[in-house]
Design a protein around this ligand. Structure first.
Ligand code: G1P
Length: 301
């Protein structure tokens, strides 16, 4: 489509308290837990930058200061690394430092749901389309999910998000869509329901946490009543916005690890470590060994 307003800003909500990872998250934000050697939140930021995003807006909350420190300079650390001759590490830290002024923070003052967290970013986003990345959902594939979503956005404009298939019995864990006609990079969306019971789910295509939305969503979020889980749900406002604007879905061809769950988080660690030249081979051997020991002990029991 021509004359599309560019998507320059990405909202990344990091306000959740991570109770599923207690006690680890007692003093550390869950977004700072590491996948191999980088915090979970870094994966979302890298994916956004790869897709051409210029500005990151974090919606944070109390006790999340470690995230701000992480994306800032660390003069004492740089000085001690330099003194110790660790120039490669100094260069790595410098390379990943965001350009000054390209990251902003606002706080969600009460945990009222994802819809409310997104609404908290309205003044920082302003009147332009924006990307939204839920950092617990970590994309794994040859190409970042957000880059593919940009292709669909360039094709159809409006509002777009990425989807994947879940097991039919898992629909009550996600936002689920009704699937319409195909377009080049995706499908039309006919319905959006937050966490439906499998018996009434319109499909098993779930929202995997990557969106490009028009700013009119903020007006609807402002008046959104509480929905599933007694929270203000983004999906409910998107469904209302669909009355006046198109929605399309991009089926992601990689896979997403739900790092809000212990299993997804551990799988992500293994999957990313397997790709590493310095770890992959030996790790694969250790895992094989552990699996066979587990089988043997299950057999003996
Ligand atoms: C949120 C969204 C849901 C989406 C999910 C992906 O739910 O509301 O539509 O499928 O993220 O992780 P939450 O995980 O916050 O319950």
């Amino acid at each position: 489509m021509t004359n599309l307003q560019p998507v320059r800003k990405a909202v990344i909500p990091v306000a959740g308290n991570g109770t599923r990872f207690l006690p680890a998250t007692k003093a550390t934000p869950k977004e700072m837990l590491t996948i191999v050697d980088r915090p979970v939140v870094q994966y979302a930021v890298d994916e956004a930058l790869q897709a051409g995003i210029e500005q990151i807006i974090f919606v944070t909350s109390r006790n999340k200061a470690a995230i701000e420190d992480y994306f800032d300079t660390s003069p004492e650390l740089t000085a001690s690394l330099t003194k110790a001759g660790k120039t490669a590490q100094v260069a790595q830290l410098e390379k990943m430092l965001p350009l000054a002024g390209t990251i902003t923070y606002t706080r969600q003052q009460a945990p009222l749901g994802l819809g409310h967290a997104v609404w908290c970013a309205r003044e920082l986003v302003g009147n332009e389309p924006f990307a939204l990345l839920l950092p617990d959902m970590v994309s794994f594939g040859p190409r970042g999910c957000m880059a593919g979503l940009m292709d669909l956005y360039q094709e159809v404009g409006g509002n777009v998000f990425a989807v994947e298939e879940c097991a039919p019995q898992d629909t009550s864990s996600y936002g689920i869509i009704g699937v319409g006609n195909r377009v080049e990079h995706g499908v039309q969306v006919t319905d959006m329901v937050e966490k439906p019971d499998p018996a009434v789910a319109p499909s098993n295509y779930y929202l995997n946490g990557r969106y490009i939305l028009q700013p009119q969503i903020f007006d609807l979020l402002e008046s959104q009543e509480r929905g599933a889980g007694n929270e203000i749900q983004l999906t409910d406002s998107m469904q209302r916005l669909a009355a006046s604007q198109p929605f399309h879905a991009h089926p992601y061809t990689g896979r997403t690890f739900d790092c809000g769950s212990k299993r997804g988080f551990i799988e992500a660690n293994v999957a990313f470590a397997m790709l590493r030249a310095d770890l992959g081979e030996e790790l694969a051997q250790s895992i094989q060994q552990l699996v066979s020991e587990r089988r043997q002990s299950a057999h003996a029991a």
